[in-house]
Structure formats: C-alpha cells, structure tokens
Design a protein around this ligand. Structure first.
Ligand code: ZN
Length: 123
C-alpha cells in the first residue's frame, strides 16, 4: 500500500532500496539468537546493509526514542482509558516493553537504515 515510501520499508523491515525482501535472515522474531540476525546484502539489488563496522550501533539511540514513545502510549492507554493506578500503569509499561523488545529492536534498525538509504524503483 505504501510501497516506495520509507514507512513501508520500516514497517515491513524490507530492504530500504528495493523493498523486495526482508533485511533479516529469517522471520523468527521471538527467537533471541535470530531477532537481529541480518542478511549481509540484498539478494535483489545487492545493497550492503551494514555500510560500515558497528553501523547498527546508532539504532540504539533510535530504540530509546521508540521505547519512550511506546511507554507513553501504554501509559495513556492504561492510566486514562483502562483506569489503572500509577503502579499498575508502571507494570503495564514494563511488561509491554519487555514483550515488544524484539519488535522495538527491529523497528529501530529499520528506521536507522532508512535514514541512510533511499528507495530506488529501478533497483
Ligand atoms: Zn534490495
């Protein structure tokens, strides 16, 4: 639907240049050893994902922002809409962040890589 936009690449975790395949080695999001295992290059456009050593170190800063955004969203939902107490809201936030950790990690990497690559419809 948003194919060609950065949003599509970020949400689907696809190659930022051609968006034809996932940048991750496999789809097992909740297997700790596989969560952030990435392919070396895109098999369609040959884009090298890790453009320099420790490239994805920067995704750590993005994950902080993503984590805070999720924490705020969960707090608003739990405290204002579900009527949780502040302590219950705290545990709801902690639980959500723990459960969503693999999602946050991949989302951050996708956001990070999309800051450096542009979609190319001819790739
Ligand atoms: Zn590609």
């Amino acid at each position: 639907m948003f194919k060609g936009s950065k949003l599509y690449s970020i949400i689907t975790g696809s190659c930022p240049v051609c968006q034809k395949e996932s940048i991750y080695a496999n789809g097992q999001l909740y297997k700790p050893s596989e969560t952030i295992k990435m392919k070396e290059r895109c098999t369609y456009c040959n884009t090298k994902y890790k453009i320099e050593p420790s490239f994805f170190f920067g995704a750590m800063f993005v994950s902080y922002g993503v984590g805070v955004a999720i924490a705020i969203a969960v707090f608003i939902l739990a405290y204002f809409f579900l009527g949780f107490s502040r302590l219950q809201s705290f545990f709801a936030i902690a639980g959500s962040l723990f459960i969503l950790l693999p999602v946050i990690l991949r989302l951050s990497r996708s956001i990070w890589i999309n800051m450096f690559f542009k979609f190319d419809k001819n790739a």
